[in-house]
Design a protein around this ligand. Structure first.
Ligand code: F0G
Length: 471
């Protein structure tokens, strides 16, 4: 039999370009509105890209969350929705997809990632306990704090340095974790909150060696490890590419091996599960499962749908299988890298190495004349929209929020703007247009004076805060 396993042009011919492993079946028109209209739109949005209408956006790189293009198979699956309140057929497909791909035993569906974060935080954290993690994520840390937990950052120092070329900047610093265990005692640690391709660090992966060593350390103390599995397919790609010994493993094999060192995971299916809505929690421990399954009916919906329609669960199940196809994930990460490498070649300050889901502009280096309390990243995201209608997201001091004890701003080392690439949505030409927009804003950087915050909500302020330009 002839080998029909998919290959890229690169594999076949060595030196040729790669191309997306899909063709376009349906198109959605986009348009660029005038400069005057953009000025009005961003003013009305309080200089916060979250408050723009998407109709006023040309290329939307706000997030890769819920913005993927589904495949023809996923759309076909939508027609097979079994919209039963209880025991929908699609739930069992989803359960099977998670069990075989990630390897966990018990599944609780949720409407999206933060629904699962809420459940695991309520079930596994006792008030006053510490939750060490490899850098915070906004919604994750908030749910941990709302459950009475105290988040402690135990990521390696390199993660906070945008110029460090460390291949696994998402790694946990085991010395920092050991120091925390020694200081507070293992019984006061709820669990280790481990994330793949660490979002706030620039989409930086965790190595297999690191998760294996982490497991060993935690076993000494009976501490559980729960994984934020969001974007773990991309993490598996980086392991395949960079970690000795994994070049001949498939993405599916690497993912499963990685998860086997953890006790469970929460997931925003809106990312690498390739759907527009959905999430889940998966654990190996029956006791935790039973508690989470009980809570899900209070907050999300019955334990066989958790806030998703049957058709949504079917699309997630199919998306999980597509996510681990090697050609898909290689094209996904390489498209992000294409944009990043172009910006590096043009001398634009970005976080290195280029991460899995986004290119992160270093707003501190971009606007080195703006102090952090003039919101350089917020300013840069607004300028980019003004220049070209490209929408990006602030990931700096506004996202970091305030310290719950002192009430002061948290001043994160990383002051970034995220150009997040939706999966299977934009072409290389959109990447070129984006790179040129960033270049234009960079050339104009000395004319920019920063912003002041004029409205600040209590929780997750970056979503709804409003700003005005400084004179
Ligand atoms: N964990 C990570 C690492 C995330 O990036 C997100 C969402 C969540 C959990 C929460 O999942 O949105 O489905 O409730 N990140 C989006 C983003 C919002 O744009 O990065 P959710």
């Amino acid at each position: 039999m002839t080998d029909r396993k998919p290959q890229t042009m690169g594999q076949q011919f060595g030196r040729r370009s790669w191309a997306e492993p899909w063709k376009i079946k349906m198109v959605e028109p986009i348009r660029l509105i005038s400069r005057e209209a953009r000025e009005q739109a961003i003013r009305e949005a309080g200089y916060n890209t979250f408050l723009l209408r998407s109709e006023d956006v040309y290329i939307d790189l706000l997030t890769d969350s819920g913005t993927s293009a589904m495949s023809d198979r996923q759309w076909a699956g939508m027609m097979l929705g079994d919209e039963a309140y209880a025991g929908s057929r699609n739930f069992y497909h989803l359960e099977e997809a998670i069990q075989t791909t990630y390897g966990y035993r018990y599944i609780v569906p949720t409407h999206q990632g933060r629904g699962a974060e809420h459940l695991i935080s309520q079930v596994a954290i006792k008030p006053g306990q510490y939750v060490p993690g490899n850098m915070y994520f906004t919604t994750t840390r908030l749910h941990q704090e709302l459950a009475g937990g105290i988040f402690v950052d135990v990521i390696i120092d390199e993660a906070h340095d945008p110029t460090s070329e460390h291949p696994f900047k998402g790694n946990v610093d085991l010395t920092k974790l050991q120091a925390l265990i020694d200081e507070v005692g293992a019984e006061n640690i709820a669990y280790v909150s481990l994330a793949g391709t660490v979002n706030m660090a620039g989409g930086q992966p965790v190595s297999m060696e690191n998760v294996r060593a982490l497991r060993k350390l935690c076993n000494n103390y009976g501490i559980r490890i729960f994984l934020d599995a969001t974007r773990m397919a991309e993490n598996a790609f980086f392991i395949q590419e960079r970690e000795p010994g994994y070049q001949d493993w498939t993405i599916a094999q690497i993912l499963r091996e990685f998860c086997s060192y953890t006790d469970g995971a929460w997931m925003s299916a809106k990312k690498d599960n390739l759907v527009n809505i959905g999430g889940w929690l998966a654990v190996n421990d029956l006791d935790i499962f039973e508690k989470a399954r009980n809570l899900v009916v209070v907050y999300e919906g019955l334990h066989t749908y958790g806030g998703m329609a049957g058709r949504d669960m079917e699309a997630v199940a199919i998306g999980i299988h597509e996510m681990v196809e090697d050609a898909h994930i290689a094209a996904r990460v390489n498209q992000v890298r294409y944009l990043g490498e172009l910006l590096i070649a043009w001398g634009i300050p970005v976080v290195r190495p280029i991460g899995g889901h986004a290119v992160f502009l270093d707003a501190r280096a971009f606007y080195d004349h703006l102090p952090q309390d003039k919101f350089p990243a917020q300013t840069l995201a607004a300028q980019l929209y003004l220049d070209s209608g490209v929408r990006a997201m602030e990931r700096g001091i506004v996202s970091a929020g305030r310290d719950p004890k002192t009430g002061d701003h948290r001043y994160p080392k990383l002051e970034l703007v995220r150009l997040t690439i939706p999966r299977r949505v934009y072409t290389q030409a959109h990447m070129d247009v984006t790179a040129e927009a960033v270049m234009a804003v960079y050339e104009d950087r000395h004319n920019v004076t920063g912003l002041k915050m004029v409205y600040e909500p209590e929780y997750l302020r970056f979503f709804q805060a409003r700003f005005e330009p400084l004179p």
